[in-house]
Design a protein around this ligand. Structure first.
Ligand SMILES: [Zn+2]
Length: 306
């Protein structure tokens, strides 16, 4: 099936190249202009900025302003893996203007009873497992009771996968293939592979393609403000990999926009992702898939993918 499709695309690709002189060139600048910028976005991978310790209240005014400028009306926010830092965070969860799904950090030292209370009262709507930063595989016995809780409370589990942005972390624990085993062991739980497994992108794509209950966020394929980055790097490290992943998975409901803020500027990254995804699916990737999976839009039910 896959092979036939690949050949077909290759043929169509050759045809387009050979017919390029008669194919009308789309007006890309208009296509990706401010006027076409998505009207609603959920950032499916975000963190609270903890740099200003004098103001522990979250979300901060700066964060809300930045999101407002990027049409971000909700976010999936991962609690830090540092338990001391996370205990200082005070979250205003009842903001009518901003939808939040906060993920409990599942790290050694985390109190499972506290996580369960948080899930019960909806303070937590997801869990974050920091593979690589924590030297345990996804199938480690430590995590199993938490996956059972995820099943009981019907919340997604997000796995950090790929590069760790920390030289002391062990990346063998951050490889995305291991998510396959957990997805099979817990078929009723929805899992998210963060960062497309970058740079193990093909592995991550296969795990997402094969398992109905595995999704992907495309956060932080690059860092900082991508509008200031080298154009070739943006093309090769973000646009092409996202587009390839999209084609391989063949399911517009599986991919979610995310930034990993504050590591990335949000609006420039949205503009890059617009170039990687067909326009008719922008609302899926920028809003609907995350709204549904993390129940940020009460009118939506869990996605049935196939
Ligand atoms: Zn992150």
């Amino acid at each position: 099936m896959k092979i036939i499709k690949t050949i077909r695309c290759f043929l169509i690709g050759s045809l387009i190249i050979s017919c390029a002189h008669v194919t009308p060139v789309p007006n890309l600048e208009k296509e990706y202009s401010e006027e076409n910028y998505p009207k609603r976005v959920i950032d499916a991978h975000s963190h609270f900025s903890l740099e200003d310790e004098s103001r522990p209240g979250q979300p901060t005014i700066e964060m809300l302003k930045m999101y407002q400028e990027a049409n971000v009306i909700g976010a999936v926010i991962h609690f830090p893996r540092n338990m001391e830092k996370s205990s200082q965070i005070k979250v205003d969860r009842n903001r009518p203007d901003f939808k939040m799904a906060i993920c409990a950090a599942i790290v050694p030292g985390q109190d499972i009873q506290k996580v369960e209370i948080g899930l019960k009262n909806r303070d937590y709507r997801c869990m974050k497992v920091y593979l690589g930063y924590v030297s345990k595989y996804a199938a480690d016995p430590f995590y199993i009771p938490f996956y059972r809780l995820a099943e009981k409370y019907e919340v997604p589990v997000v796995f950090h996968t790929g590069d760790t942005y920390d030289k002391k972390a062990k990346i063998k624990y951050a490889e995305p293939l291991q998510v396959d085993e957990i997805a099979l062991q817990f078929p009723k739980v929805n899992f998210v592979i963060a960062h497309m497994g970058n740079p193990w992108i093909q592995t991550a794509a296969e795990v997402v393609y094969k398992n109905d209950n595995v999704y992907v966020d495309i956060s932080a394929l690059m860092l900082g403000d991508v509008s200031k980055a080298n154009a070739e790097a943006v093309e090769e490290l973000a646009i092409k990999p996202i587009h390839w992943f999209w084609l391989y998975v063949e399911n517009p409901k599986k991919m979610m926009f995310g930034s990993d803020w504050p590591l990335m500027e949000v609006k420039p990254y949205v503009k890059v992702v617009m170039r990687a995804i067909p326009k008719e699916h922008w609302d899926d990737v920028f809003y609907l898939n995350a709204a549904t999976l993390f129940k940020l839009d009460s009118s939506k039910q869990i996605i049935k993918t196939k």
